[in-house]
Ligand binder design. Structure first.
Ligand code: UDP
Length: 369
């Protein structure tokens, strides 16, 4: 715990404004963390792309909006691709603003999965902390993260251990998990709802595998999320003659959780080393058990037999079997797991601990659980 109020600059993702869905899970991470840090008494200035909106206000929060062109996501580039900075890019502008006001603040937290803010760490007197939001998708990102882990080990944190294993780290990783505002998710007791799937509609998210399960069980699959790759979405839709997918769109959290909470199970089938898996925890917060591949973050969030089932990657028969057994999981266990492990209060306390260590440069075993 930190006994003094920290003055923090948070720099948002340069991919889309907050609320657009383009930034994926990072958007809710930033929003939840701001609320959590404010509840601990810290003062925040958020620097974010123009159009960003937060669902609450506070005397401890100021927002500065910056205009500019989005960064291309590393998710959809080749591993060896160089760094791209488009003309009129928002990324350098976000950081110009952060550096301009830095001497009035204690620290900066970066949420961009990008080379520039990581590199800037070496050039600034203010401490820049980085919450790494993806597994290793690019060589140049891998290199700079490895370098920062050697030079400033306490200024780097990851969502899960499995995510951190993608990187060559010179020191033990600091793991802070993730967190969600408990007030935003209502527990739903109903055990007899439909099958659900949620996430960006893009190949790395593996929607087709969940569709195969629904098809084999002769059921509909309710799908929430931003359609990032239209061609991929229609390809999946066209495999089957009858309509299996019920597209629900990209909804704001209050509506999303209300609909998601009615499901009897969330089937989560990413094909990549998912850093965390927000939708898994959001489902659990509503009492919905989750079946996922034992890969990346999901493998750390699901305790097999307690809040869902883990299945070998790409094992469709395993997914079907687990779906048939889902009534064995008590919905209350899922909510309890969320309340204990992944509220924004739990998350903000871990982040506060991380900042404390980073600002005071002490070695800690607190994060190694
Ligand atoms: N989401 C949402 N509305 C929807 C569907 C999804 O707000 O209708 C959000 C969800 O809350 C989650 C994010 O989309 O925070 C997806 O994040 P996740 O970590 O699951 O995957 P990512 O997109 O970061 O790879």
């Amino acid at each position: 715990m930190i006994n003094k109020q920290l003055k923090l600059i948070l720099v948002s993702t340069p991919i889309g404004c907050l609320g657009s869905g383009k930034g994926g899970g990072v958007e809710i991470t930033i929003i939840s963390l701001i609320k959590g840090l404010i509840s601990l008494g810290h003062k925040i200035i958020l620097i974010a792309p123009k159009g960003s909106k937060l669902p609450f206000e506070s005397e401890l929060l100021e927002i500065r909006l910056i205009d500019g062109i989005d960064q291309p996501s590393w998710q959809h580039q080749k591993e060896t691709d160089p760094i791209l900075i488009p003309s009129n890019s928002v990324l350098p502008r976000l950081w110009e603003e952060a550096i301009y006001i830095a001497n009035e603040y204690d620290a900066v937290i970066n949420f961009a999965y990008d080379w520039l803010p990581l590199w800037l760490t070496k050039t600034q007197t203010i401490k820049i902390f980085h919450l790494i939001s993806m597994g290793a998708e690019s060589l140049i990102m891998k290199e700079i993260i490895s370098e920062i882990s050697e030079l400033y080990p306490f200024q780097l944190a990851f969502h899960t251990k499995r995510q951190s294993k993608d990187y060559c780290l010179k020191n033990d990783p600091i793991i802070v998990g993730n967190g969600f505002d408990i007030e935003n998710y209502l527990f739903n007791e109903n055990e007899n709802g439909p099958l659900g799937w949620a996430g960006r509609i893009a190949p790395e998210k593996g929607l087709e595998d969940a569709v195969k399960v629904a098809n084999s069980l002769g059921e509909k699959l309710l799908v929430w999320g931003l359609i990032e790759d239209k061609e991929y979405a229609s390809k999946i839709e066209n495999i089957y003659t009858k309509e299996i997918i019920e597209w629900k769109g990209f909804l704001p959290t209050n509506k999303f959780q209300e609909q998601l909470g009615r499901c009897r199970v969330l089937i989560n089938t990413p094909k990549w080393n998912e850093a965390y898996g927000n939708v898994i925890v959001e489902a659990m917060a509503c009492g919905v058990p989750v079946i996922a591949y034992d890969l990346g973050g999901p493998g750390e969030l699901i305790e097999n037999g307690l809040n869902g089932f883990l299945v070998k990657p790409n094992d469709i028969e395993g997914l079907i079997k687990a779906t048939k057994s889902i009534s064995e999981i008590k919905r209350k266990n899922c909510r309890d797991w969320f309340e204990k492990k992944a509220t924004n209060k739990v998350f903000a306390e871990l982040v506060e601990n991380w900042l404390d260590k980073g600002l005071n440069k002490q070695i800690s075993a607190d994060f190694q659980d």
